[in-house]
Ligand binder design. Structure first.
Ligand code: ZN
Length: 334
Protein backbone atom coordinates (compact mmCIF):
# COMPACT_ATOMS: atom_id res chain seq x y z
CA UNK A 1 0.00 0.00 0.00
CA UNK A 2 2.71 2.46 0.96
CA UNK A 3 4.56 1.42 -2.14
CA UNK A 4 1.45 2.22 -4.24
CA UNK A 5 1.01 5.70 -2.67
CA UNK A 6 4.68 6.40 -3.25
CA UNK A 7 4.28 5.45 -6.90
CA UNK A 8 1.15 7.58 -7.22
CA UNK A 9 2.94 10.62 -5.76
CA UNK A 10 5.84 10.18 -8.15
CA UNK A 11 3.39 9.80 -11.02
CA UNK A 12 1.45 12.95 -10.05
CA UNK A 13 4.68 14.96 -9.69
CA UNK A 14 5.74 13.69 -13.10
CA UNK A 15 2.41 14.79 -14.64
CA UNK A 16 2.67 18.20 -12.98
CA UNK A 17 6.17 18.71 -14.38
CA UNK A 18 4.92 17.78 -17.85
CA UNK A 19 1.94 20.15 -17.56
CA UNK A 20 4.26 22.92 -16.35
CA UNK A 21 6.69 22.40 -19.25
CA UNK A 22 3.83 22.37 -21.74
CA UNK A 23 2.48 25.56 -20.16
CA UNK A 24 5.90 27.25 -20.43
CA UNK A 25 6.16 26.39 -24.09
CA UNK A 26 2.59 27.11 -25.01
CA UNK A 27 2.17 30.41 -23.22
CA UNK A 28 -0.41 32.35 -25.18
CA UNK A 29 -1.64 35.80 -24.50
CA UNK A 30 -5.26 36.68 -24.40
CA UNK A 31 -4.94 39.43 -27.01
CA UNK A 32 -7.83 41.85 -27.21
CA UNK A 33 -8.40 44.50 -29.84
CA UNK A 34 -8.98 48.12 -28.89
CA UNK A 35 -9.82 51.12 -31.06
CA UNK A 36 -8.67 54.66 -30.43
CA UNK A 37 -10.57 57.16 -32.53
CA UNK A 38 -10.19 60.90 -32.33
CA UNK A 39 -10.61 63.56 -35.06
CA UNK A 40 -8.59 62.35 -38.04
CA UNK A 41 -6.87 59.43 -36.28
CA UNK A 42 -8.09 55.85 -36.11
CA UNK A 43 -5.88 53.33 -34.39
CA UNK A 44 -6.61 49.67 -33.89
CA UNK A 45 -4.21 48.15 -31.40
CA UNK A 46 -3.84 44.99 -29.31
CA UNK A 47 -3.91 44.76 -25.53
CA UNK A 48 -1.91 41.81 -24.19
CA UNK A 49 -2.85 42.31 -20.51
CA UNK A 50 0.86 42.27 -19.84
CA UNK A 51 2.15 45.54 -18.42
CA UNK A 52 5.56 45.32 -20.04
CA UNK A 53 4.22 44.69 -23.55
CA UNK A 54 1.25 47.03 -23.33
CA UNK A 55 3.34 49.92 -22.06
CA UNK A 56 5.92 49.39 -24.79
CA UNK A 57 3.33 49.36 -27.57
CA UNK A 58 1.55 52.37 -26.09
CA UNK A 59 4.77 54.32 -26.15
CA UNK A 60 5.37 53.35 -29.77
CA UNK A 61 1.86 54.37 -30.88
CA UNK A 62 2.00 57.65 -28.91
CA UNK A 63 5.23 58.46 -30.69
CA UNK A 64 3.68 57.77 -34.13
CA UNK A 65 0.61 59.89 -33.34
CA UNK A 66 2.84 62.80 -32.30
CA UNK A 67 5.13 62.40 -35.30
CA UNK A 68 2.21 62.33 -37.75
CA UNK A 69 0.34 65.10 -35.99
CA UNK A 70 -0.62 66.92 -39.19
CA UNK A 71 -1.68 63.75 -41.03
CA UNK A 72 -4.93 61.83 -41.11
CA UNK A 73 -3.81 58.44 -39.90
CA UNK A 74 -5.17 54.93 -39.84
CA UNK A 75 -3.20 52.21 -38.08
CA UNK A 76 -4.10 48.57 -37.68
CA UNK A 77 -2.10 45.40 -37.14
CA UNK A 78 -1.62 41.73 -37.72
CA UNK A 79 0.22 39.19 -35.61
CA UNK A 80 1.38 35.60 -35.77
CA UNK A 81 2.62 33.12 -33.22
CA UNK A 82 5.93 31.55 -34.08
CA UNK A 83 7.69 28.97 -31.90
CA UNK A 84 8.95 31.31 -29.18
CA UNK A 85 7.66 34.66 -30.33
CA UNK A 86 4.74 36.70 -31.44
CA UNK A 87 5.49 38.74 -34.51
CA UNK A 88 3.30 41.83 -34.39
CA UNK A 89 3.14 44.19 -37.38
CA UNK A 90 1.51 47.63 -37.40
CA UNK A 91 0.30 48.89 -40.77
CA UNK A 92 0.14 52.63 -40.92
CA UNK A 93 -1.47 54.81 -43.58
CA UNK A 94 -1.07 58.56 -43.35
CA UNK A 95 -2.66 61.16 -45.60
CA UNK A 96 -1.66 64.78 -45.89
CA UNK A 97 -2.54 67.06 -48.76
CA UNK A 98 -1.80 64.90 -51.83
CA UNK A 99 0.58 62.64 -49.92
CA UNK A 100 -0.20 59.09 -48.99
CA UNK A 101 2.40 57.34 -46.87
CA UNK A 102 2.33 53.68 -45.96
CA UNK A 103 4.57 52.39 -43.23
CA UNK A 104 4.87 48.98 -41.62
CA UNK A 105 6.70 48.20 -38.41
CA UNK A 106 7.19 44.74 -36.92
CA UNK A 107 8.02 43.70 -33.37
CA UNK A 108 9.19 40.35 -32.03
CA UNK A 109 7.64 39.65 -28.64
CA UNK A 110 9.38 36.91 -26.68
CA UNK A 111 6.72 34.62 -25.18
CA UNK A 112 8.69 33.72 -22.06
CA UNK A 113 10.32 37.00 -21.08
CA UNK A 114 7.86 39.38 -22.79
CA UNK A 115 10.90 41.20 -24.18
CA UNK A 116 10.22 43.16 -27.34
CA UNK A 117 12.68 43.70 -30.15
CA UNK A 118 12.14 45.63 -33.34
CA UNK A 119 12.41 43.54 -36.46
CA UNK A 120 14.23 45.37 -39.21
CA UNK A 121 11.24 45.39 -41.48
CA UNK A 122 10.72 49.14 -41.59
CA UNK A 123 10.07 50.36 -45.12
CA UNK A 124 7.59 52.97 -46.18
CA UNK A 125 6.00 53.40 -49.59
CA UNK A 126 5.02 56.65 -51.13
CA UNK A 127 1.93 55.57 -52.99
CA UNK A 128 1.35 58.98 -54.53
CA UNK A 129 4.65 58.65 -56.34
CA UNK A 130 4.22 54.89 -56.65
CA UNK A 131 7.82 54.66 -55.50
CA UNK A 132 9.33 52.77 -52.61
CA UNK A 133 10.77 55.14 -50.01
CA UNK A 134 13.49 53.67 -47.90
CA UNK A 135 13.71 55.40 -44.53
CA UNK A 136 17.49 55.45 -45.00
CA UNK A 137 17.17 57.41 -48.22
CA UNK A 138 18.41 60.98 -48.36
CA UNK A 139 16.22 63.70 -49.84
CA UNK A 140 17.27 66.98 -51.40
CA UNK A 141 15.48 69.66 -53.38
CA UNK A 142 16.73 71.19 -56.62
CA UNK A 143 15.40 74.71 -57.10
CA UNK A 144 15.63 76.66 -60.34
CA UNK A 145 15.17 80.43 -60.46
CA UNK A 146 14.54 83.12 -63.09
CA UNK A 147 12.91 80.94 -65.77
CA UNK A 148 11.28 79.66 -67.68
CA UNK A 149 13.08 79.71 -71.03
CA UNK A 150 14.05 77.07 -73.62
CA UNK A 151 16.66 75.50 -71.30
CA UNK A 152 13.96 74.82 -68.75
CA UNK A 153 12.52 72.19 -71.06
CA UNK A 154 15.86 70.33 -71.23
CA UNK A 155 16.05 70.28 -67.46
CA UNK A 156 12.49 69.04 -67.05
CA UNK A 157 13.14 66.24 -69.56
CA UNK A 158 16.32 65.20 -67.72
CA UNK A 159 14.54 65.13 -64.36
CA UNK A 160 11.74 63.10 -65.90
CA UNK A 161 14.22 60.64 -67.42
CA UNK A 162 15.57 59.82 -63.93
CA UNK A 163 12.13 59.97 -62.32
CA UNK A 164 13.15 62.97 -60.17
CA UNK A 165 11.40 66.27 -59.48
CA UNK A 166 12.30 69.87 -58.77
CA UNK A 167 10.81 73.23 -57.85
CA UNK A 168 10.89 76.04 -60.42
CA UNK A 169 10.63 79.56 -59.00
CA UNK A 170 9.35 81.34 -62.10
CA UNK A 171 9.27 85.02 -62.98
CA UNK A 172 5.83 86.46 -63.69
CA UNK A 173 7.06 88.46 -66.67
CA UNK A 174 8.33 85.29 -68.41
CA UNK A 175 5.09 83.35 -68.14
CA UNK A 176 3.22 84.87 -71.11
CA UNK A 177 5.90 83.67 -73.58
CA UNK A 178 6.41 80.25 -71.98
CA UNK A 179 2.95 78.94 -71.19
CA UNK A 180 3.71 75.56 -72.76
CA UNK A 181 6.68 75.05 -70.43
CA UNK A 182 4.57 75.95 -67.40
CA UNK A 183 2.04 73.34 -68.56
CA UNK A 184 4.82 70.77 -69.04
CA UNK A 185 6.05 71.40 -65.48
CA UNK A 186 2.61 70.58 -64.20
CA UNK A 187 2.26 67.53 -66.43
CA UNK A 188 5.57 66.12 -65.12
CA UNK A 189 4.63 66.82 -61.47
CA UNK A 190 7.24 69.52 -60.98
CA UNK A 191 6.50 72.20 -58.40
CA UNK A 192 5.99 75.79 -59.54
CA UNK A 193 6.94 78.52 -57.10
CA UNK A 194 6.74 82.32 -57.26
CA UNK A 195 9.89 84.38 -57.90
CA UNK A 196 8.12 87.79 -58.18
CA UNK A 197 6.89 89.44 -61.37
CA UNK A 198 9.81 91.64 -62.44
CA UNK A 199 12.76 90.45 -60.31
CA UNK A 200 13.14 93.88 -58.77
CA UNK A 201 14.88 94.03 -55.40
CA UNK A 202 12.08 93.95 -52.81
CA UNK A 203 14.04 95.13 -49.79
CA UNK A 204 13.56 98.76 -50.84
CA UNK A 205 10.01 98.31 -52.20
CA UNK A 206 6.79 99.37 -50.46
CA UNK A 207 4.44 96.77 -48.99
CA UNK A 208 1.98 97.48 -51.83
CA UNK A 209 4.67 96.83 -54.43
CA UNK A 210 5.79 93.61 -52.72
CA UNK A 211 2.20 92.34 -52.62
CA UNK A 212 1.68 93.33 -56.28
CA UNK A 213 4.84 91.46 -57.42
CA UNK A 214 3.73 88.25 -55.68
CA UNK A 215 -0.01 88.39 -56.34
CA UNK A 216 0.34 89.16 -60.04
CA UNK A 217 2.67 86.20 -60.55
CA UNK A 218 0.39 83.87 -58.59
CA UNK A 219 -2.52 84.92 -60.78
CA UNK A 220 -0.56 84.48 -64.03
CA UNK A 221 0.41 80.95 -63.02
CA UNK A 222 -3.16 80.17 -62.01
CA UNK A 223 -4.45 81.41 -65.36
CA UNK A 224 -2.25 78.85 -67.17
CA UNK A 225 -2.57 75.74 -65.01
CA UNK A 226 -5.38 76.37 -62.51
CA UNK A 227 -2.99 76.14 -59.62
CA UNK A 228 -1.77 78.78 -57.17
CA UNK A 229 1.87 78.39 -56.12
CA UNK A 230 2.39 77.60 -52.45
CA UNK A 231 5.94 78.92 -52.09
CA UNK A 232 7.78 82.19 -52.72
CA UNK A 233 11.42 82.89 -53.32
CA UNK A 234 11.93 86.66 -53.29
CA UNK A 235 14.24 88.01 -56.00
CA UNK A 236 17.93 87.62 -55.03
CA UNK A 237 16.73 85.60 -52.02
CA UNK A 238 16.64 88.91 -50.16
CA UNK A 239 14.15 89.47 -47.38
CA UNK A 240 13.46 91.70 -44.40
CA UNK A 241 10.64 91.90 -41.87
CA UNK A 242 8.47 93.99 -44.23
CA UNK A 243 8.78 91.34 -46.96
CA UNK A 244 8.00 88.55 -44.49
CA UNK A 245 4.87 90.39 -43.32
CA UNK A 246 3.70 91.30 -46.82
CA UNK A 247 4.18 87.83 -48.35
CA UNK A 248 1.54 85.56 -46.91
CA UNK A 249 3.32 82.38 -48.03
CA UNK A 250 6.35 80.34 -46.83
CA UNK A 251 9.63 81.89 -48.07
CA UNK A 252 12.15 79.40 -49.45
CA UNK A 253 15.82 80.28 -49.83
CA UNK A 254 18.68 77.73 -50.13
CA UNK A 255 21.76 76.42 -48.38
CA UNK A 256 23.84 75.33 -51.41
CA UNK A 257 24.54 77.98 -54.04
CA UNK A 258 26.03 76.52 -57.24
CA UNK A 259 26.90 80.04 -58.58
CA UNK A 260 25.94 78.66 -62.00
CA UNK A 261 25.24 82.19 -63.33
CA UNK A 262 28.87 83.00 -62.60
CA UNK A 263 30.66 79.85 -63.82
CA UNK A 264 28.76 78.52 -66.82
CA UNK A 265 30.80 75.36 -66.34
CA UNK A 266 28.71 72.23 -65.99
CA UNK A 267 31.43 70.20 -64.26
CA UNK A 268 32.10 72.96 -61.76
CA UNK A 269 28.36 73.35 -61.07
CA UNK A 270 27.97 69.59 -60.56
CA UNK A 271 31.00 69.47 -58.27
CA UNK A 272 29.76 72.39 -56.18
CA UNK A 273 26.74 70.21 -55.36
CA UNK A 274 28.62 66.92 -54.85
CA UNK A 275 31.20 68.51 -52.52
CA UNK A 276 28.66 69.84 -50.01
CA UNK A 277 25.43 67.91 -50.42
CA UNK A 278 23.66 66.52 -47.32
CA UNK A 279 20.25 65.10 -46.54
CA UNK A 280 17.65 67.91 -46.41
CA UNK A 281 19.56 70.42 -48.55
CA UNK A 282 17.99 72.99 -50.85
CA UNK A 283 20.16 73.68 -53.91
CA UNK A 284 20.03 76.88 -55.96
CA UNK A 285 20.42 76.84 -59.74
CA UNK A 286 18.99 78.79 -62.68
CA UNK A 287 17.13 76.89 -65.38
CA UNK A 288 17.87 79.52 -68.02
CA UNK A 289 21.48 78.41 -68.67
CA UNK A 290 22.76 75.59 -70.91
CA UNK A 291 25.64 74.83 -68.55
CA UNK A 292 23.09 74.34 -65.78
CA UNK A 293 21.05 71.99 -67.98
CA UNK A 294 24.23 69.98 -68.67
CA UNK A 295 25.20 70.03 -65.00
CA UNK A 296 21.80 68.53 -64.09
CA UNK A 297 22.42 65.71 -66.57
CA UNK A 298 25.91 65.16 -65.09
CA UNK A 299 25.02 65.31 -61.42
CA UNK A 300 21.80 63.30 -61.13
CA UNK A 301 23.35 59.84 -61.77
CA UNK A 302 26.06 60.60 -59.19
CA UNK A 303 23.52 61.72 -56.60
CA UNK A 304 21.48 58.56 -57.24
CA UNK A 305 24.66 56.51 -56.66
CA UNK A 306 25.09 58.27 -53.32
CA UNK A 307 21.55 57.38 -52.30
CA UNK A 308 19.86 60.72 -52.87
CA UNK A 309 16.38 61.28 -54.17
CA UNK A 310 15.66 64.68 -55.71
CA UNK A 311 12.21 65.97 -54.80
CA UNK A 312 10.24 69.21 -54.82
CA UNK A 313 10.59 71.66 -51.93
CA UNK A 314 7.08 70.88 -50.67
CA UNK A 315 7.78 67.13 -50.76
CA UNK A 316 11.13 67.60 -49.00
CA UNK A 317 9.45 69.30 -46.04
CA UNK A 318 6.62 66.76 -45.99
CA UNK A 319 9.11 63.87 -45.92
CA UNK A 320 10.98 65.59 -43.09
CA UNK A 321 7.67 66.22 -41.33
CA UNK A 322 8.26 69.97 -41.13
CA UNK A 323 5.15 72.09 -41.53
CA UNK A 324 5.83 75.20 -43.62
CA UNK A 325 4.41 78.41 -42.17
CA UNK A 326 3.50 81.62 -43.97
CA UNK A 327 5.98 84.48 -43.63
CA UNK A 328 8.72 82.17 -42.33
CA UNK A 329 12.05 81.69 -44.12
CA UNK A 330 13.48 78.22 -44.81
CA UNK A 331 16.99 77.48 -46.12
CA UNK A 332 16.97 73.70 -45.69
CA UNK A 333 14.80 70.91 -44.27
CA UNK A 334 16.61 69.92 -41.10
ZN1 ZN B 1 16.44 85.27 -59.31
Amino acid sequence: MIKFIKRMIIFIIFILIIVFLVYLNKKEYNIKNFIYKIDNKEIHYPIFSNTKIDEYLNRYLDERIKKLDQYDIYIDYDYQYTKNNIVLTFYETAYYDKMLLNNTKSFNIDLKSSDITISNNDISYDVYNKKSINSNKKYIAFTFDDGPNHNTKKIIETLKKYDMKATFFVLGNRIEKNKEIIKLMKEYNMEIGNHTYSHRLLTNATSEDIIYEVKKTNQLIFDVINYYPKLVRPSYGSFNSKIKKSINMPIIIWNIDTLDWKYHNSKKIANSILKKVKDGDIILMHDIYSATANAVELVIPKLIEEGYEIVTVSELFQYKNIKLENGKVYGNAR
